[in-house]
Design a protein. Structure first.
Length: 405
């Protein structure tokens, strides 16, 4: 066997071994402390990158393009399938307003920080800012989706992964530290604290108890993922035929979406997953459909890491500074909306973490402020997952204009 490994099956084996090892260790009691501050997704990206940089696996293996083309839309379908749209709508205008204000703050923060620091960054770094905005509205799946939709080079993506790992944890720590001041804030803000109890009732979702995944469940999950993915690829062929007209009439948007054979499948697959969530198929979450979705997402992430060179980290320090400015702008938008809507501090913190941290950490922060708000934090984070890819691509339009594209 010669190195670097180029055979697709050999490379796939390496990626699966890395993913399996990290997922096993992250769930093992002895390894949970190790993954507390650098989560499993970071290592699933980093280890293939180190393997590629060390010459163990080839950076130009055709497997990577196949994973991006077929598995990325498939995992988006499975991750969005469990969405409870009704429960999100029932949260009401105040909760949704604070959440959307935080998302708008993320979009504005991306544009403002890019404008401030663009002179010290590569010209194509606007794609990295757009990708990270998708993560700070929704989550890592949205970040990967926008990265691939924009065809962002790995040199602008890897530094953003580091920023996405460090800044949200610091922000989460600050939100937790401020929880002791919520009584003072709510008194000064004349907050409608009764909203907490109303939201707690609204967020109660009736779900069946989890059950073991049967072979029929897995077969149906894969059938849905494959069916929507193939339909998305077919629709892409139809839409991209009109891409030239879109580029001529709307140059910036047209250049991003027009004949982009990567962006359209992602958008169609996301819409397909949301559409399926409105049917009884959403109950597949009781059998663990999102776990299969995350497994495919991690494999996509590992394939991106395998193509990346560690030398791309050179831009990280300036990007961390940009990330601080960015997160402050997001925070200002969240606080201003909470002030205007008289939202309790607990709700503002839950909405902010739902944007920046996603479904894994939003319930934790919400629960620290008010235990009954944990389901609200989760639902707001799911809303971010729905919007992240779409708003990330909207942010890309403005970032490209700022970069002079």
């Amino acid at each position: 066997m010669t190195l670097p490994l180029k055979d697709p099956f050999a490379v796939l084996t390496v990626l699966l071994v890395i993913e399996g090892m990290i997922l096993f260790l992250s769930e093992h009691p002895a390894g949970k402390g190790f993954f507390k501050f650098l989560p499993s997704m970071f290592w699933i990206y980093l280890l293939p990158m180190l393997a590629g940089s060390a010459g163990l696996i080839a950076a130009d293996c055709p497997l990577y393009d196949a994973i991006k083309t077929y598995l990325l839309p498939a995992c988006l379908v499975l991750l969005l399938l469990p969405t409870d749209i009704g429960a999100i709508v029932r949260l009401g205008p105040v909760a949704l307003g604070v959440m959307l204000a935080g998302s708008l703050g993320t979009m504005v923060g991306a544009c403002a920080s890019l404008a401030l620091f663009m002179h010290w960054l590569p010209r194509d770094m606007w794609m990295g800012f757009a990708s990270l905005s998708a993560s700070w509205i929704g989550g890592s799946a949205n970040m990967i989706a926008v990265k691939e939709a924009l065809k962002a080079p790995d040199s602008v993506y890897l530094p953003m992964v580091v920023v996405d790992t460090l800044i949200p944890y610091a922000w989460m720590g600050m939100l937790i530290a401020l929880s002791g001041r919520q009584a003072w804030y709510d008194r000064k803000n004349h907050s409608r604290v009764e909203l907490i109890h109303e939201l707690s009732r609204s967020a109660r979702v009736s779900t069946a108890a989890p059950r073991p995944m049967a072979a029929a469940d897995l077969g149906l999950m894969l059938l849905l993922a494959a069916g929507v993915t193939l339909a998305s690829l077919w629709l892409t062929e139809v839409v991209t035929a009109a891409g030239g007209r879109l580029s001529a009439n709307m140059p910036i948007l047209g250049n991003i979406l027009g004949a982009n054979r990567t962006a359209w499948p992602i958008l169609f697959a996301s819409a397909g997953g949301i559409g399926l969530s409105l049917t009884p198929l959403r109950r597949l979450e009781n059998a663990g459909v999102s776990r299969i979705g995350f497994f495919l997402l991690y494999l996509v992430l590992a394939s991106i890491g395998a193509r990346t060179n560690i030398t791309h980290l050179i831009q990280t320090p300036i990007l961390l500074l940009a990330g601080v400015v960015w997160i402050v702008i997001h925070g200002l938008f969240t606080v201003l909306s909470a002030r205007l809507l008289r939202a309790p501090m607990a709700l503002a913190a839950a909405a902010s973490q739902a944007n920046i941290g996603g479904p894994a950490s939003a319930p934790v922060v919400a629960g620290i402020y008010e235990p009954s708000l944990a389901p609200v934090g989760l639902l707001l984070a799911v809303l971010g997952n729905i919007l992240g890819t779409y708003l990330g691509l909207v942010t890309a339009v403005f970032c490209k204009l700022i970069a002079g594209g």
